[in-house]
Ligand binder design. Structure first.
Ligand SMILES: [Zn+2]
Length: 489
Protein backbone atom coordinates (compact mmCIF):
# COMPACT_ATOMS: atom_id res chain seq x y z
CA UNK A 1 0.00 0.00 0.00
CA UNK A 2 1.17 3.52 -0.71
CA UNK A 3 1.35 6.05 2.08
CA UNK A 4 -0.39 9.24 0.99
CA UNK A 5 1.45 11.82 2.27
CA UNK A 6 22.51 3.36 -13.23
CA UNK A 7 22.35 0.75 -11.34
CA UNK A 8 20.87 -2.09 -13.48
CA UNK A 9 21.71 -5.72 -12.83
CA UNK A 10 24.61 -4.67 -10.66
CA UNK A 11 22.06 -3.70 -8.07
CA UNK A 12 20.88 -7.21 -7.50
CA UNK A 13 24.46 -8.24 -6.92
CA UNK A 14 25.06 -5.22 -4.70
CA UNK A 15 21.93 -6.01 -2.75
CA UNK A 16 22.99 -9.58 -2.14
CA UNK A 17 26.54 -8.53 -1.26
CA UNK A 18 25.27 -5.99 1.26
CA UNK A 19 23.12 -8.55 3.02
CA UNK A 20 25.79 -11.19 2.86
CA UNK A 21 27.96 -8.75 4.80
CA UNK A 22 25.21 -8.16 7.30
CA UNK A 23 24.60 -11.86 7.82
CA UNK A 24 28.15 -12.25 9.13
CA UNK A 25 27.06 -10.17 12.12
CA UNK A 26 23.81 -12.00 12.70
CA UNK A 27 25.18 -13.79 15.74
CA UNK A 28 25.38 -10.42 17.46
CA UNK A 29 21.69 -9.72 16.98
CA UNK A 30 18.90 -11.03 19.18
CA UNK A 31 17.19 -13.89 17.35
CA UNK A 32 13.67 -14.85 18.46
CA UNK A 33 13.23 -18.42 19.67
CA UNK A 34 10.91 -19.36 16.80
CA UNK A 35 13.54 -18.30 14.27
CA UNK A 36 16.32 -20.11 16.16
CA UNK A 37 14.18 -23.25 16.05
CA UNK A 38 13.68 -22.86 12.28
CA UNK A 39 17.46 -22.59 11.83
CA UNK A 40 18.09 -25.71 13.88
CA UNK A 41 15.32 -27.58 12.02
CA UNK A 42 16.98 -26.46 8.76
CA UNK A 43 13.75 -25.03 7.37
CA UNK A 44 15.39 -21.59 7.27
CA UNK A 45 18.97 -20.46 6.85
CA UNK A 46 20.85 -17.48 8.23
CA UNK A 47 21.76 -16.27 4.74
CA UNK A 48 18.07 -15.74 3.96
CA UNK A 49 17.78 -18.62 1.51
CA UNK A 50 15.26 -21.40 2.14
CA UNK A 51 16.75 -24.07 4.39
CA UNK A 52 17.43 -27.60 3.15
CA UNK A 53 14.15 -28.77 4.73
CA UNK A 54 12.01 -25.79 3.79
CA UNK A 55 8.42 -26.47 2.75
CA UNK A 56 5.22 -24.64 1.86
CA UNK A 57 1.65 -25.86 1.68
CA UNK A 58 -0.40 -25.28 -1.45
CA UNK A 59 -3.96 -24.59 -2.60
CA UNK A 60 -5.58 -25.05 -6.01
CA UNK A 61 -8.69 -22.86 -6.13
CA UNK A 62 -11.64 -23.29 -8.50
CA UNK A 63 -14.08 -20.47 -7.92
CA UNK A 64 -17.39 -19.54 -9.56
CA UNK A 65 -18.51 -16.11 -8.46
CA UNK A 66 -21.32 -13.79 -9.48
CA UNK A 67 -21.41 -10.05 -8.89
CA UNK A 68 -24.76 -8.29 -8.85
CA UNK A 69 -23.77 -4.63 -9.24
CA UNK A 70 -27.29 -3.40 -8.48
CA UNK A 71 -27.44 -5.02 -5.04
CA UNK A 72 -23.67 -5.22 -4.32
CA UNK A 73 -24.15 -8.92 -3.61
CA UNK A 74 -21.18 -11.18 -4.31
CA UNK A 75 -22.05 -14.91 -4.29
CA UNK A 76 -19.62 -17.70 -4.84
CA UNK A 77 -18.82 -21.36 -4.66
CA UNK A 78 -15.29 -22.62 -4.44
CA UNK A 79 -13.51 -25.91 -4.43
CA UNK A 80 -10.01 -25.95 -3.00
CA UNK A 81 -7.61 -28.84 -3.24
CA UNK A 82 -5.25 -28.26 -0.33
CA UNK A 83 -1.91 -30.08 -0.06
CA UNK A 84 -0.15 -30.58 3.25
CA UNK A 85 3.58 -30.47 2.51
CA UNK A 86 4.44 -29.89 6.16
CA UNK A 87 5.98 -32.63 8.30
CA UNK A 88 2.98 -32.39 10.67
CA UNK A 89 -0.48 -33.94 10.70
CA UNK A 90 -3.07 -31.16 10.50
CA UNK A 91 -6.14 -31.50 12.71
CA UNK A 92 -7.84 -28.32 11.51
CA UNK A 93 -7.93 -25.70 8.76
CA UNK A 94 -7.93 -21.96 9.31
CA UNK A 95 -9.95 -20.07 6.70
CA UNK A 96 -9.82 -16.30 6.37
CA UNK A 97 -13.11 -14.48 5.88
CA UNK A 98 -11.77 -10.99 5.23
CA UNK A 99 -15.17 -9.26 4.78
CA UNK A 100 -15.93 -10.10 8.42
CA UNK A 101 -13.99 -6.92 9.19
CA UNK A 102 -17.30 -5.18 8.44
CA UNK A 103 -19.08 -6.93 11.30
CA UNK A 104 -20.23 -4.51 13.95
CA UNK A 105 -18.17 -6.15 16.67
CA UNK A 106 -15.01 -6.76 14.60
CA UNK A 107 -11.64 -5.69 15.93
CA UNK A 108 -10.34 -2.96 13.59
CA UNK A 109 -7.26 -0.77 13.32
CA UNK A 110 -7.66 2.93 12.80
CA UNK A 111 -9.70 2.56 9.67
CA UNK A 112 -12.69 4.66 8.86
CA UNK A 113 -15.71 2.53 8.15
CA UNK A 114 -18.95 4.15 7.17
CA UNK A 115 -21.57 3.03 9.71
CA UNK A 116 -23.91 2.07 6.87
CA UNK A 117 -21.40 -0.60 5.78
CA UNK A 118 -21.40 -2.38 9.14
CA UNK A 119 -23.44 -5.56 9.47
CA UNK A 120 -24.20 -8.35 11.90
CA UNK A 121 -23.13 -11.52 10.16
CA UNK A 122 -20.25 -10.64 7.80
CA UNK A 123 -19.79 -13.43 5.28
CA UNK A 124 -22.82 -15.69 4.94
CA UNK A 125 -21.55 -19.27 4.79
CA UNK A 126 -24.15 -21.53 3.25
CA UNK A 127 -22.17 -24.74 3.35
CA UNK A 128 -18.71 -26.14 4.07
CA UNK A 129 -17.61 -29.66 3.28
CA UNK A 130 -14.31 -31.51 3.38
CA UNK A 131 -13.99 -34.41 0.96
CA UNK A 132 -17.75 -34.18 0.47
CA UNK A 133 -18.63 -34.46 4.16
CA UNK A 134 -20.21 -31.76 6.32
CA UNK A 135 -17.72 -30.45 8.88
CA UNK A 136 -17.82 -28.65 12.18
CA UNK A 137 -16.83 -24.99 11.90
CA UNK A 138 -16.28 -22.26 14.40
CA UNK A 139 -15.83 -18.54 13.72
CA UNK A 140 -13.75 -16.13 15.69
CA UNK A 141 -12.74 -12.67 14.51
CA UNK A 142 -12.21 -12.85 10.75
CA UNK A 143 -11.25 -16.55 10.80
CA UNK A 144 -13.28 -19.70 10.40
CA UNK A 145 -11.85 -22.87 11.93
CA UNK A 146 -12.67 -26.23 10.37
CA UNK A 147 -12.10 -29.38 12.37
CA UNK A 148 -10.61 -32.26 10.38
CA UNK A 149 -11.99 -35.40 11.98
CA UNK A 150 -9.50 -37.70 10.32
CA UNK A 151 -6.72 -35.15 10.13
CA UNK A 152 -4.56 -34.46 7.10
CA UNK A 153 -1.31 -36.36 7.03
CA UNK A 154 1.97 -35.19 5.55
CA UNK A 155 1.90 -35.34 1.75
CA UNK A 156 -1.90 -35.79 1.65
CA UNK A 157 -4.53 -33.62 -0.04
CA UNK A 158 -8.09 -32.73 0.87
CA UNK A 159 -10.92 -31.09 -1.03
CA UNK A 160 -12.69 -28.20 0.62
CA UNK A 161 -15.99 -26.90 -0.78
CA UNK A 162 -17.48 -23.63 0.42
CA UNK A 163 -20.58 -21.76 -0.68
CA UNK A 164 -20.74 -18.17 0.49
CA UNK A 165 -21.98 -14.62 -0.13
CA UNK A 166 -21.56 -11.10 1.26
CA UNK A 167 -22.42 -7.50 0.51
CA UNK A 168 -19.62 -5.37 -0.90
CA UNK A 169 -19.41 -2.14 1.12
CA UNK A 170 -21.06 0.87 -0.53
CA UNK A 171 -19.09 3.73 0.97
CA UNK A 172 -16.00 2.29 2.65
CA UNK A 173 -12.76 1.69 0.82
CA UNK A 174 -10.15 -0.21 2.80
CA UNK A 175 -8.66 -1.89 -0.26
CA UNK A 176 -11.74 -2.55 -2.33
CA UNK A 177 -15.37 -1.59 -2.81
CA UNK A 178 -17.77 0.35 -4.98
CA UNK A 179 -16.56 3.32 -7.06
CA UNK A 180 -18.42 5.81 -9.25
CA UNK A 181 -21.79 4.19 -8.46
CA UNK A 182 -21.38 1.01 -10.49
CA UNK A 183 -17.69 0.02 -10.68
CA UNK A 184 -16.26 -2.56 -8.32
CA UNK A 185 -12.82 -3.50 -7.07
CA UNK A 186 -13.22 -6.95 -5.55
CA UNK A 187 -10.35 -7.90 -3.24
CA UNK A 188 -9.88 -9.76 0.04
CA UNK A 189 -13.07 -11.50 -0.96
CA UNK A 190 -13.12 -15.32 -1.10
CA UNK A 191 -12.77 -17.75 1.80
CA UNK A 192 -9.02 -18.24 1.79
CA UNK A 193 -7.03 -20.97 3.49
CA UNK A 194 -4.54 -19.28 5.80
CA UNK A 195 -0.83 -20.06 5.78
CA UNK A 196 0.47 -22.96 7.85
CA UNK A 197 4.23 -22.53 8.21
CA UNK A 198 7.30 -23.74 10.07
CA UNK A 199 7.48 -20.68 12.34
CA UNK A 200 3.96 -20.24 13.74
CA UNK A 201 1.95 -23.21 12.47
CA UNK A 202 -1.38 -21.71 11.39
CA UNK A 203 -1.48 -17.96 10.91
CA UNK A 204 -4.47 -17.16 13.10
CA UNK A 205 -4.15 -13.39 13.00
CA UNK A 206 -7.36 -11.52 12.37
CA UNK A 207 -7.63 -9.15 9.44
CA UNK A 208 -7.98 -5.81 11.19
CA UNK A 209 -7.35 -3.43 8.30
CA UNK A 210 -3.66 -2.58 8.50
CA UNK A 211 -2.27 -6.03 7.71
CA UNK A 212 -1.84 -6.98 4.09
CA UNK A 213 -0.38 -10.18 2.65
CA UNK A 214 0.94 -13.51 3.78
CA UNK A 215 -0.16 -16.30 1.48
CA UNK A 216 1.05 -19.54 -0.03
CA UNK A 217 1.76 -19.60 -3.75
CA UNK A 218 -1.50 -20.95 -5.14
CA UNK A 219 -3.23 -21.65 -8.44
CA UNK A 220 -6.55 -20.08 -9.37
CA UNK A 221 -9.18 -21.00 -11.94
CA UNK A 222 -11.97 -18.44 -11.64
CA UNK A 223 -15.28 -17.88 -13.46
CA UNK A 224 -16.74 -14.42 -12.91
CA UNK A 225 -20.35 -13.75 -13.92
CA UNK A 226 -21.55 -10.17 -14.33
CA UNK A 227 -24.30 -8.37 -16.29
CA UNK A 228 -23.63 -8.05 -20.02
CA UNK A 229 -23.03 -4.31 -19.63
CA UNK A 230 -20.01 -4.93 -17.39
CA UNK A 231 -16.41 -5.60 -18.36
CA UNK A 232 -14.12 -7.57 -16.03
CA UNK A 233 -10.36 -7.36 -15.43
CA UNK A 234 -8.54 -9.73 -13.10
CA UNK A 235 -5.35 -11.34 -11.85
CA UNK A 236 -4.13 -13.99 -14.26
CA UNK A 237 -4.62 -14.78 -17.90
CA UNK A 238 -7.99 -14.26 -19.52
CA UNK A 239 -9.13 -17.53 -21.11
CA UNK A 240 -12.19 -16.51 -23.15
CA UNK A 241 -11.92 -12.97 -24.61
CA UNK A 242 -13.28 -14.28 -27.96
CA UNK A 243 -16.52 -15.26 -26.25
CA UNK A 244 -16.96 -11.90 -24.56
CA UNK A 245 -15.70 -9.02 -26.72
CA UNK A 246 -17.18 -7.83 -30.00
CA UNK A 247 -14.78 -8.31 -32.97
CA UNK A 248 -13.52 -4.72 -33.13
CA UNK A 249 -12.82 -4.45 -29.39
CA UNK A 250 -11.27 -7.92 -29.44
CA UNK A 251 -8.86 -6.80 -32.18
CA UNK A 252 -7.81 -3.78 -30.15
CA UNK A 253 -7.38 -5.88 -27.00
CA UNK A 254 -5.25 -8.47 -28.79
CA UNK A 255 -3.24 -5.79 -30.57
CA UNK A 256 -2.49 -3.98 -27.32
CA UNK A 257 -0.82 -7.07 -25.89
CA UNK A 258 2.08 -6.82 -28.33
CA UNK A 259 1.99 -3.07 -28.95
CA UNK A 260 4.60 -0.55 -27.84
CA UNK A 261 1.98 2.17 -28.12
CA UNK A 262 -0.99 2.73 -25.84
CA UNK A 263 -4.11 1.34 -27.50
CA UNK A 264 -7.44 2.87 -26.49
CA UNK A 265 -9.34 -0.43 -26.26
CA UNK A 266 -12.59 1.04 -24.97
CA UNK A 267 -13.14 4.78 -25.39
CA UNK A 268 -15.85 7.14 -24.17
CA UNK A 269 -17.36 6.95 -27.67
CA UNK A 270 -17.49 3.16 -27.44
CA UNK A 271 -19.25 3.37 -24.11
CA UNK A 272 -21.79 5.75 -25.61
CA UNK A 273 -22.27 3.72 -28.77
CA UNK A 274 -22.46 0.31 -27.05
CA UNK A 275 -21.67 -2.99 -28.72
CA UNK A 276 -18.46 -3.52 -26.71
CA UNK A 277 -19.38 -7.07 -25.82
CA UNK A 278 -21.07 -9.84 -27.77
CA UNK A 279 -23.82 -10.24 -25.18
CA UNK A 280 -26.31 -7.41 -25.46
CA UNK A 281 -28.37 -8.36 -22.43
CA UNK A 282 -28.43 -10.90 -19.63
CA UNK A 283 -25.13 -12.03 -18.14
CA UNK A 284 -21.76 -13.24 -19.33
CA UNK A 285 -19.02 -15.22 -17.62
CA UNK A 286 -15.33 -14.34 -17.73
CA UNK A 287 -12.78 -17.09 -17.18
CA UNK A 288 -9.30 -16.43 -15.73
CA UNK A 289 -6.42 -18.64 -14.68
CA UNK A 290 -3.40 -17.71 -12.59
CA UNK A 291 -0.60 -19.97 -11.45
CA UNK A 292 1.80 -19.65 -8.54
CA UNK A 293 0.37 -16.40 -7.21
CA UNK A 294 -0.36 -15.39 -3.63
CA UNK A 295 -3.84 -13.96 -4.29
CA UNK A 296 -6.50 -13.26 -6.90
CA UNK A 297 -8.57 -10.09 -7.39
CA UNK A 298 -10.88 -8.70 -10.04
CA UNK A 299 -12.68 -5.51 -10.99
CA UNK A 300 -15.85 -4.86 -12.97
CA UNK A 301 -17.40 -1.77 -14.49
CA UNK A 302 -20.04 -0.64 -16.96
CA UNK A 303 -18.59 2.86 -17.35
CA UNK A 304 -14.79 2.63 -17.18
CA UNK A 305 -12.55 3.22 -20.16
CA UNK A 306 -9.80 0.74 -20.97
CA UNK A 307 -6.30 1.37 -22.32
CA UNK A 308 -3.77 -1.36 -23.06
CA UNK A 309 -0.15 -1.68 -24.10
CA UNK A 310 2.79 -3.97 -23.48
CA UNK A 311 6.40 -3.91 -22.36
CA UNK A 312 9.32 -6.24 -22.92
CA UNK A 313 9.79 -7.87 -19.53
CA UNK A 314 12.65 -10.15 -20.54
CA UNK A 315 15.02 -8.85 -23.18
CA UNK A 316 16.69 -12.27 -23.56
CA UNK A 317 13.52 -14.09 -24.55
CA UNK A 318 11.45 -11.14 -25.77
CA UNK A 319 8.70 -12.09 -23.33
CA UNK A 320 6.20 -9.27 -22.90
CA UNK A 321 3.96 -8.15 -20.07
CA UNK A 322 0.59 -6.72 -21.10
CA UNK A 323 -0.30 -3.60 -19.12
CA UNK A 324 -3.66 -1.86 -18.82
CA UNK A 325 -5.35 1.07 -17.16
CA UNK A 326 -9.10 1.01 -16.49
CA UNK A 327 -10.64 4.24 -15.29
CA UNK A 328 -13.56 6.58 -14.98
CA UNK A 329 -13.70 9.10 -17.84
CA UNK A 330 -13.46 11.98 -15.33
CA UNK A 331 -10.05 10.83 -13.99
CA UNK A 332 -7.76 13.05 -16.05
CA UNK A 333 -4.49 11.52 -14.81
CA UNK A 334 -5.56 8.02 -15.78
CA UNK A 335 -5.33 8.73 -19.51
CA UNK A 336 -1.53 8.50 -18.95
CA UNK A 337 -1.46 5.67 -16.41
CA UNK A 338 -1.18 2.85 -18.96
CA UNK A 339 1.98 4.51 -20.28
CA UNK A 340 3.34 4.84 -16.74
CA UNK A 341 2.62 1.17 -16.12
CA UNK A 342 4.49 0.17 -19.30
CA UNK A 343 7.49 2.28 -18.28
CA UNK A 344 7.41 0.80 -14.78
CA UNK A 345 7.58 -2.76 -16.13
CA UNK A 346 10.50 -1.81 -18.37
CA UNK A 347 12.34 0.03 -15.59
CA UNK A 348 11.91 -2.70 -12.97
CA UNK A 349 12.82 -5.43 -15.48
CA UNK A 350 16.02 -3.83 -16.71
CA UNK A 351 17.21 -1.29 -14.17
CA UNK A 352 16.17 -1.82 -10.58
CA UNK A 353 15.88 -4.53 -9.35
CA UNK A 354 16.88 -5.63 -12.87
CA UNK A 355 14.82 -8.81 -12.67
CA UNK A 356 12.41 -9.57 -15.54
CA UNK A 357 8.88 -8.68 -14.49
CA UNK A 358 7.46 -12.02 -13.35
CA UNK A 359 3.82 -11.63 -14.42
CA UNK A 360 2.14 -11.73 -17.86
CA UNK A 361 -0.27 -8.90 -17.00
CA UNK A 362 -0.47 -5.77 -14.88
CA UNK A 363 -3.72 -3.78 -14.63
CA UNK A 364 -4.15 -0.46 -12.86
CA UNK A 365 -7.71 0.13 -11.67
CA UNK A 366 -8.99 3.62 -10.85
CA UNK A 367 -10.33 3.33 -7.31
CA UNK A 368 -8.86 4.88 -4.19
CA UNK A 369 -5.62 5.27 -2.26
CA UNK A 370 -2.87 3.04 -3.57
CA UNK A 371 -2.96 -0.72 -3.13
CA UNK A 372 -1.13 -3.58 -4.76
CA UNK A 373 -2.36 -7.03 -5.66
CA UNK A 374 -0.77 -9.73 -7.84
CA UNK A 375 -0.95 -8.39 -11.44
CA UNK A 376 -3.28 -5.65 -10.24
CA UNK A 377 -3.29 -2.22 -8.62
CA UNK A 378 -6.07 -0.10 -7.12
CA UNK A 379 -5.09 3.58 -7.26
CA UNK A 380 -6.96 6.80 -6.66
CA UNK A 381 -6.82 9.70 -9.09
CA UNK A 382 -4.06 12.25 -8.47
CA UNK A 383 -2.19 15.17 -10.05
CA UNK A 384 -0.06 13.75 -12.90
CA UNK A 385 3.32 13.67 -11.13
CA UNK A 386 1.93 11.95 -8.08
CA UNK A 387 -0.09 9.55 -10.25
CA UNK A 388 3.19 8.35 -11.81
CA UNK A 389 4.78 7.91 -8.38
CA UNK A 390 1.83 5.98 -6.93
CA UNK A 391 1.69 3.76 -10.02
CA UNK A 392 5.40 3.02 -9.66
CA UNK A 393 5.20 2.27 -5.94
CA UNK A 394 2.31 -0.16 -6.30
CA UNK A 395 3.75 -1.98 -9.30
CA UNK A 396 7.07 -2.26 -7.44
CA UNK A 397 5.22 -4.46 -4.94
CA UNK A 398 5.17 -7.14 -7.63
CA UNK A 399 8.66 -8.09 -6.46
CA UNK A 400 8.08 -7.55 -2.73
CA UNK A 401 5.91 -9.11 -1.35
CA UNK A 402 4.41 -11.11 -4.24
CA UNK A 403 7.39 -12.57 -6.09
CA UNK A 404 9.29 -13.18 -2.85
CA UNK A 405 6.32 -14.48 -0.81
CA UNK A 406 7.09 -12.28 2.19
CA UNK A 407 5.16 -12.50 5.44
CA UNK A 408 4.02 -8.91 5.33
CA UNK A 409 1.57 -9.48 8.17
CA UNK A 410 4.57 -9.76 10.50
CA UNK A 411 7.34 -7.98 8.61
CA UNK A 412 5.79 -5.23 6.49
CA UNK A 413 9.19 -3.48 6.28
CA UNK A 414 10.35 -6.30 4.05
CA UNK A 415 8.10 -5.11 1.24
CA UNK A 416 7.11 -1.50 1.91
CA UNK A 417 10.76 -0.52 2.30
CA UNK A 418 11.53 -1.91 -1.15
CA UNK A 419 8.40 -0.49 -2.76
CA UNK A 420 9.43 2.86 -1.32
CA UNK A 421 12.96 2.48 -2.67
CA UNK A 422 12.87 0.68 -6.02
CA UNK A 423 11.25 3.56 -7.94
CA UNK A 424 13.65 6.19 -6.53
CA UNK A 425 15.47 6.74 -9.80
CA UNK A 426 12.39 6.48 -11.99
CA UNK A 427 11.92 10.23 -11.85
CA UNK A 428 14.64 10.43 -14.48
CA UNK A 429 13.05 7.76 -16.63
CA UNK A 430 9.30 8.31 -16.65
CA UNK A 431 7.58 11.23 -18.30
CA UNK A 432 5.28 12.69 -15.73
CA UNK A 433 7.50 12.04 -12.74
CA UNK A 434 8.40 15.30 -10.95
CA UNK A 435 11.97 16.14 -11.95
CA UNK A 436 12.67 18.15 -8.83
CA UNK A 437 11.26 15.50 -6.56
CA UNK A 438 14.02 13.65 -4.72
CA UNK A 439 12.46 10.73 -2.89
CA UNK A 440 15.67 9.88 -1.06
CA UNK A 441 15.84 13.37 0.46
CA UNK A 442 12.19 13.29 1.48
CA UNK A 443 12.62 9.88 3.03
CA UNK A 444 15.77 10.94 4.91
CA UNK A 445 13.96 13.99 6.28
CA UNK A 446 11.10 11.83 7.58
CA UNK A 447 13.47 9.29 9.07
CA UNK A 448 15.43 12.04 10.81
CA UNK A 449 12.32 13.01 12.80
CA UNK A 450 12.10 9.54 14.27
CA UNK A 451 15.52 7.88 14.36
CA UNK A 452 16.72 6.98 17.85
CA UNK A 453 13.54 8.10 19.57
CA UNK A 454 11.31 5.99 21.81
CA UNK A 455 9.01 5.08 18.97
CA UNK A 456 11.83 3.47 17.03
CA UNK A 457 11.44 -0.21 17.82
CA UNK A 458 13.88 -2.99 16.89
CA UNK A 459 13.56 -4.16 13.32
CA UNK A 460 12.18 -7.61 14.14
CA UNK A 461 9.29 -6.33 16.25
CA UNK A 462 6.38 -7.85 14.34
CA UNK A 463 4.29 -5.40 12.35
CA UNK A 464 1.11 -6.41 14.14
CA UNK A 465 2.58 -5.03 17.38
CA UNK A 466 3.21 -1.59 15.88
CA UNK A 467 0.71 1.18 15.33
CA UNK A 468 0.65 4.83 14.26
CA UNK A 469 3.96 6.54 13.51
CA UNK A 470 5.97 3.65 14.97
CA UNK A 471 4.42 1.44 12.26
CA UNK A 472 4.82 3.98 9.47
CA UNK A 473 8.47 4.80 10.09
CA UNK A 474 9.52 1.21 10.81
CA UNK A 475 7.70 -0.06 7.73
CA UNK A 476 8.46 2.58 5.08
CA UNK A 477 11.12 5.12 5.98
CA UNK A 478 13.70 3.17 7.98
CA UNK A 479 14.14 0.24 5.60
CA UNK A 480 14.22 2.58 2.62
CA UNK A 481 16.90 4.63 4.38
CA UNK A 482 18.87 1.47 5.07
CA UNK A 483 18.84 0.51 1.38
CA UNK A 484 20.03 3.99 0.50
CA UNK A 485 22.87 3.73 3.06
CA UNK A 486 23.81 0.38 1.51
CA UNK A 487 24.29 2.22 -1.77
CA UNK A 488 21.61 0.19 -3.46
CA UNK A 489 19.72 3.24 -4.65
ZN1 LIG B 1 3.26 -0.01 -0.49
Amino acid sequence: MRLLSKKSGLLTAALLASFAGMSQNIQNLPVPLEIQKAYSNETRATNGKPGAKYWQNHSDYKIQVELNPATRQLSGTEQVVYTNNSPNRLSSLVIRLYPDIFKKDANRDEREIDPSDLNDEGVTIESVTVNGNEVKTQRNGTNMFVTLKSGLETGQKLTLDVKWSYLIPAKTHIREGLYFKSSYMVAYWYPQIAVYDDIDGWDRQDYTGQKEFYNDFNNYDVDITVPASHLVWATGEWQNPEKILSPEILDRYKGSRTSDQVVRIVTAEDREKGGITIAKSGKHTYHFKAEHVPDFVFASSDTYLWDGSSAVADSKTGRRTAVAAVYHPSSKDFYDVCRYAKQCVEYFSTYLPGVPFPYPNETVFNGSGGMEFPMFVNDGSYPPAFAAEVTAHEIAHTYFPFYMGINERKYAWMDEGWAQTLPNWMEFQIDGMPKKFMPQQTNAAYFDQFAGKEQEQPMMVPTNLLTGTAYTFATYMRPSQAYTFCGIC
